[in-house]
Design a protein around this ligand. Sequence first.
Ligand SMILES: [Zn+2]
Length: 113
Amino acid sequence: MAGQVSDNKSTTAKFVPEDRKGLHKPNSVEWMLMVAGISICGIGSWAVAVGLMIFLGAFYSGFFVKPQVKRGLYFGPCPHCGATMSATHYQDELDCPSCRGMVRVRNGRYEAI
Ligand SMILES: [Zn+2]
């Protein structure tokens, strides 16, 4: 194994941002609030204002507010076995689908754990 890779095995993982032109995609919480807002409207006339407010708030947040997290995928070779693997932006630890080795995603690199 000597000389194969350095002690802290890591490979470059290329970040590919999710292609999003125009409107953003609401997350599950925002979808839920939109549905909840509409349901509240059905309770009665007094609830329409409240329901509408929740709906519009979630709608606005979902489609027009930039997500704080840059969504996308990391692509790169597994530091354990070299097989190409991908990680979503919210994963910081995952196992390689080929060798089951644990990999940490950090600073745009895959690090062997
Ligand atoms: Zn692997």
